[in-house]
Design a protein around this ligand. Structure first.
Ligand code: ADP
Ligand code: MG
Length: 715
């Protein structure tokens, strides 16, 4: 076999039968490249050669010895062909067995020396080496075996494909693989002490020692993060070449907006506001993420930005993830800036409204409102993402804001740019889920960050308690007392999500379709609602909120809850984002262990927004110490950032990236926690682009980069 290339189809590789290729295809493995990029997830250490006399049961080991005797027979019970050999060295002998591989008898010769790698197994009273791999050695040069000594790769288990089978397939391919061209420039490899691509592939599969495997892994992690950095930096460069309307504001105008607020901005809000204002004044599109804890007051800054844009005649699209939130923002803006007469509209699937300040609100048809927007008569449009994407035409869109999202998605951006490709609006996104530092330098590296680091003064710390099942009654009594004092309570039902399961369940992940999950969630919220409204609090006013409700219904319930028409609101996690009910002082979370720390933190932030002491109760049936330790960190954490870093360690980066697949391979996802590597890739990418922004000196890298860009989805 010779001349194998990465692009070679596996079906064209000698020795790979159609049965095998069919199995591989099920895994999406068609070419040599697909196969070689199917990386082992761990290695078994056969690097030490163990004397036969010292072997222990269940040990994976390499031994070296002489074949003393070998034969194949047919078992009468299961009609299997079983090959048995006795291997001896200076310290003793052990049996080795292979099933249905009669050819082994022809390969291993009596009286010759071989190296064997396998697991010492016991069955009945017999101890033997189970199906060991083997290779001949020269008896005089012990210890030089290459394929049975060293680290043996173990691949993710997949139906019908064993690690052993993959090893048999991969090893000869690696031997006949033509030199693989490396797209990473030589200097970069050298500077970062990385193996070349060809070497890395070999070492990834068959490392001689742990350091080889680690080096190979680092190389693949590096290349992915490096490409990601190129992606971010080129996106930034591209944006820096795009025109946006400059939206400056005169000091006294800004002063007027800020002075007339019902409160004083915190120092941190002021800092962030100035960063935003400075960006708006430039003729290049802002691409900024405003992050800050729940309740830190992001909305008011976004609203001021919109008013600044309006002052310059530009329109703002202000998008929220839910209709509830969109209408809340709409009402907040009207309330906070009653003097603003530039036109504020609410545009959701169920509601269209337009207001020109001073409490004058016009209900109008959607068609009429769209016309007003297209004519430029409405400066600020509040809505959900969907509504804005469905072809609302702006006369002069200057600013786009998304709430509770880390950044604009590609499709959102495209929708907003429609019809004005030459001129982009300024982009501002807001999120209360803090980004861990390594992620802000990688996956979110295209964004400029503003962070509100403090809460408005006077906020009381929220008392947080983990409630064991036996204390449930007491907690209910406490809630009742609060309600009797005029307060309100949220009850969050356990999360049901695809691929998620509490740590204590060992049965493996629960994979649910989106529809099934919604159905289960609905069931759980209904049950909880019935329990609370009929059994626990039959005399109180209990309402229910869930994702299957129509936007209009949800809106109405939220509004009624805000107007104190209900005492308790039972909800799924739809409540998570943004909703503001200052009179609510209780946040009770069922199945708290099923949520990530960052999400729990968000829930808790729904209370403690008013003058009263607030409480967060985390209900869990789990007795596991790790679960409790994890929930405890919610009690101890000083801010969301701390929790985000913890969450990153415990649950990985996936949760910060949404439900969608990122397209980043596992090696890169793991490396997203390695700050040194992250910095190295960033510095390297910066240095390279500063000399050669078009990567014209590195055509192979450019090609790879283009492939990477089409494969990656970071929203
Ligand atoms: P978030 O950052 O979570 O989106 P909001 O913007 O909803 O927070 O603000 C939470 C509450 O705090 C709102 O009721 C808002 O009016 C109020 N608020 C914002 N900034 C201040 C401030 N500087 N002082 C007092 N209250 C403030
Ligand atoms: Mg908010």
């Amino acid at each position: 076999m010779a001349g194998i290339q990465l692009t070679t189809e596996l079906s064209a590789v000698p020795g790979v039968g159609p049965k095998f290729t069919a199995k591989l295809q099920k895994l999406g493995i068609r070419t040599v490249k697909d196969l070689l990029w199917h990386f082992p997830f761990r290695y078994e250490d056969y690097s030490k050669i163990v004397p036969v006399g010292e072997l222990a049961v269940d040990q994976s080991a390499t031994i070296q010895g002489m074949i003393n005797q070998i034969s194949t027979r047919r078992t009468w019970k299961k009609n299997l062909l079983i090959t048995e050999a006795i291997i001896v060295d200076d310290t003793g002998g052990i049996k080795a067995t292979w099933f249905n591989q009669p050819y082994v008898t022809n390969i291993l010769k009596q009286g010759h020396y071989y190296s064997f790698a396998g697991k010492v197994t016991r069955s009945n009273r017999e101890i033997y080496l189970a199906s060991p791999s083997y290779e001949p050695i020269d008896s005089a040069r012990k210890g030089e075996a290459k394929h049975t000594a060293g680290l043996i790769p173990i691949y993710p288990e997949t139906r019908g494909l064993t690690s052993k089978g993959l090893r048999f397939l991969i090893k000869p391919i690696l031997r006949s693989l033509d030199p693989v061209e490396d797209f990473l420039p030589e200097e970069i490899l050298k500077e970062n002490k990385l193996p070349s691509l060809h070497v890395a592939i070999k070492r990834m599969h068959f490392p001689l020692q742990a350091a080889d495997a680690a080096g190979a892994k680092k190389r693949f992690a590096f290349e992915n993060l490096f490409l990601l950095q190129l992606n971010n930096l080129t996106a930034k460069m591209k944006l820096a070449e795009t025109t946006a309307p400059a939206l400056p504001v005169a000091d006294q105008d800004l002063e007027h907006m800020v002075q007339n607020l019902p409160f004083q901005l915190t120092a941190s809000q002021k800092d962030s506001l100035h960063e935003i204002i400075a960006d708006l004044a430039k003729p290049r599109p802002m691409n900024r993420l405003l992050q800050g804890d729940v309740g830190s007051g992001k909305t008011v800054l976004a609203a001021i930005a919109a008013l600044v844009a309006a002052k310059d005649g530009a329109q703002t699209a202000f998008m929220a993830p839910t209709e509830v939130l969109a209408s809340q923002h709409y009402r907040t803006i009207l309330k906070t800036f009653p003097w603003f007469d530039g036109g504020v509209a609410l545009l959701t699937a169920n509601k269209t409204e337009l207001s020109f300040g001073d409490g004058i609100t016009q209900k109008m048809t959607k068609g009429k409102l769209l016309k007003e927007i297209a004519a430029g008569n409405v400066k600020v449009v509040l809505g959900t993402h969907a509504v804005i994407q469905k072809g609302v035409a702006f006369a002069n869109l200057g600013l786009a804001i998304v709430d509770e999202q880390h950044r604009f998605g590609v499709s959102q951006r495209a929708a907003l740019l429609k019809g004005q490709e030459s001129r982009a609006p300024h982009f501002l996104s807001m999120s209360a889920t803090p980004i861990p530092r390594t992620l802000s330098l990688t996956v979110f590296g295209d964004l400029d960050l503003s962070t509100i680091t403090e809460l408005p003064p006077g906020r009381k710390e929220i008392t947080t308690k983990i409630v064991a099942p036996e204390n449930r009654k007491k907690a209910y009594e406490f809630i009742r007392q609060q309600i009797e004092k005029g307060r309100q309570a949220f009850v969050i039902c356990p999360r049901i999500e695809p691929g998620t399961v509490s740590e204590d369940e060992s049965k493996g992940p629960l994979i649910l379709s989106e529809a099934r999950r919604k159905a289960l969630e609905l069931k759980s919220v209904k049950e909880e609602y019935e329990k609370l409204s009929q059994k626990v609090f039959p005399d109180l006013r209990v309402a229910m909120l869930h994702g299957k409700m129509k936007g209009k219904e949800k809106d109405q319930i939220m509004k009624d809850f805000q107007d104190k028409k209900y005492d308790i609101l039972v909800s799924t996690s739809v409540i998570e984002v943004g909703v503001d009910v200052p009179n609510a002082t209780i946040m009770m979370i069922e199945g708290a262990d099923r949520f990530g720390l960052a999400q729990l933190y968000q829930f808790r932030g729904r209370v403690g927004r008013g003058e009263h002491q607030s409480f967060c109760f985390l209900f869990t049936d789990s007795g596991s110490a790790t679960t409790h330790a994890r929930l405890d960190s919610l009690i101890e954490a000083k801010n969301g950032f701390e929790l985000a870093e913890k969450d990153l360690q415990i649950r990985g980066p996936g949760q910060f990236l949404g439900d969608k697949q990122t397209g980043l391979p596992d090696v890169a996802m793991d490396a997203l926690q390695d700050i040194l590597l992250v910095k190295a890739t960033r510095d390297t990418a910066k240095a390279l682009l500063s000399n050669d922004p078009g990567l014209s000196a590195h055509p192979a890298l450019l090609k790879k980069f283009q492939e990477f860009q089409t494969a990656i989805h970071l929203e």
